[in-house]
Design a binder for this molecule. Structure first.
Ligand SMILES: [Zn+2]
Length: 206
């Protein structure tokens, strides 16, 4: 799994989490506003109750009428508040649905990222142990090689990446130069280590 792919998923996850936070914040704001309206409506209801009591205590017709007007006005206010509360409750429902969907998506992306990261970790570990095996094998093989030749090999390998190259159609596959007949004969004889006259790489017949 390419790390780039994981990066994309991690970005997708971060975006989903950010969206989720934004929707949750919005839902919280709706709830605060709704509670505020609830308190407001209750205050109006308390006032109406107070006016009702005053209405039966007064003997003045004018005052009675004024209290009635106030009650009617407050009742209208309460209806207005209740309409706003209803609208907020609908918004809260919508927000709740968005939160549920986003939450689900976020969880799915999260487990996808986790699976990919675990996959990468497993592959890295496999490569590390493979490398360790190859290093051990190289050390074991190097033990069987003469010290001088090993030094030559290491020097060539470090300088030219390829220390041992094929000889094809009298040409060195390392530097692509044509070799002398004498060199070609020596390589074909396979009795000694022969180097390319041009680049110095060790030659062999494939
Ligand atoms: Zn060469």
């Amino acid at each position: 799994m390419a790390p780039l792919e994981t990066k994309d998923l991690e970005e997708k996850l971060a975006a989903a989490l950010k969206q989720l936070e934004a929707v949750k914040l919005k839902a919280k704001e709706i709830e605060v506003e709704r509670k505020k309206l609830e308190v407001e409506a209750q205050a109006k209801r308390d006032s109406i109750n107070k006016f009702q009591t005053q209405k039966f205590q007064t003997r003045k017709n004018e005052e009675f009428q004024a209290l009635n007007n106030e009650i009617t006005r407050y009742e209208g206010d309460i209806r207005g508040i209740e309409d706003r509360e209803l609208a907020l409750m609908e918004s809260a429902e919508t927000a709740k649905a968005i939160i549920a969907t986003t939450d689900k998506e976020t969880q799915a992306t999260k487990s996808q990222v986790e699976r990919q990261l675990a996959d990468i970790a497993a592959k890295t570990q496999a490569l590390a142990s493979q490398l360790k095996e190859l290093e051990a094998e190289r050390a074991r093989l190097a033990e069987a090689v003469e010290e001088d030749l090993l030094d030559t090999f290491n020097r060539l390998f470090n300088n030219k990446t390829e220390a041992v190259v094929a000889l094809e159609h009298d040409v060195c596959m390392g530097c692509h130069m044509k070799l002398t007949t004498q060199t070609v004969v020596r390589v074909k004889g396979a009795r000694e280590i022969v180097h390319c006259e041009q680049c110095g790489r060790i030659l062999y017949i494939p």
